[in-house]
Design a protein around this ligand. Structure first.
Ligand SMILES: [Fe+2]
Ligand SMILES: [Fe+2]
Length: 250
């Protein structure tokens, strides 16, 4: 099973059409089994941006698509448009894995929150899928990411979320929001962050990217694709970042 994660498209003033076109070509060549869009599809949550985004994402050829809303999508009451245009399915089942999406955006707020009721829902939902790989997709990040400045915008209830993920034996969490590709392992949980697919606002790593994730019965392999550029393993990508971040000695 091959999954492609795209995030932070930001249709609107910072959107780069030519980068998006290139990404569509590449992803159509990859032929993913599922496309996961982890939010900030639009910049301002307004009608024209939503309509452009809807038409454009339809050109990505993939039968099964999952969408999370981002904080930008919720601006200007955009949450109503998100619901109307992007069918926010919450659970998608496959033979060997299940994807649950969590809504973390709140109207006119940049920080995210999952909330007690949604965590209970997640726990109950995942308990019905024992034996399968469990994937959670959400917009806001649950663990801070480097090179993104002061971080006060993880989900507010990140600790509660991590406890639920651990309790429910979640294998993989896919996040967006910070426009900075990265990954962490928290105990047995793998947390993969996507960069921005098509926005001008890159952070820490100055290229537009998306993630390609191969899920098999006994492994999850994940790699980073620069739009129009190289495909690297996340481990290699992170190793380079460790080297770049070393401060000169006094
Ligand atoms: Fe974003
Ligand atoms: Fe965001």
């Amino acid at each position: 099973m091959r999954l492609v994660q795209i995030s932070d498209l930001h249709f609107g003033p910072q959107f780069q059409q030519e980068v998006f076109e290139r990404a569509v070509e590449e992803i159509n060549d990859i032929k993913p089994d599922v496309l996961v869009v982890t939010g900030d599809i639009t910049e301002n949550g307004i009608v024209r941006e939503y309509e452009d985004a809807k038409k454009s994402i339809e050109r990505i050829e993939c039968e099964r698509k999952v969408y999370c809303s981002g904080n930008h999508d919720y601006k200007s009451t955009g949450y109503l448009l998100f619901k109307r245009l992007f069918d926010p399915k919450r659970v998608l089942e496959f033979d060997n894995f299940v994807i649950a999406t969590i809504s973390t955006a709140r109207p006119d707020r940049d920080e995210g929150e999952i909330g007690y009721r949604q965590l209970i829902w997640l726990q109950r939902t995942l308990s019905k899928h024992e034996g399968k790989k469990k994937i959670v997709a959400m917009h806001h990040h649950v663990v801070p990411v480097p090179d993104t400045g002061t971080d006060r915008i993880t989900v507010l209830d990140a600790g509660d979320a991590l406890r639920t993920f651990a309790y429910s034996n979640v294998d993989l969490v896919l996040c967006g929001h910070r426009h900075r590709p990265w990954f962490w392992r928290v105990e047995r949980l793998l947390v993969v962050h996507a960069g921005t697919l098509s926005s001008l606002r890159t952070r820490g790593f100055f290229a537009n990217t998306y993630n390609i994730i191969q899920i098999d019965d006994d492994s999850i392999k994940f790699s980073l694709k620069v739009v129009g550029g190289e495909l690297t393993s996340f481990e290699e990508f992170r190793r380079k970042s460790f080297e770049e971040s070393v401060m000169p000695e006094d």
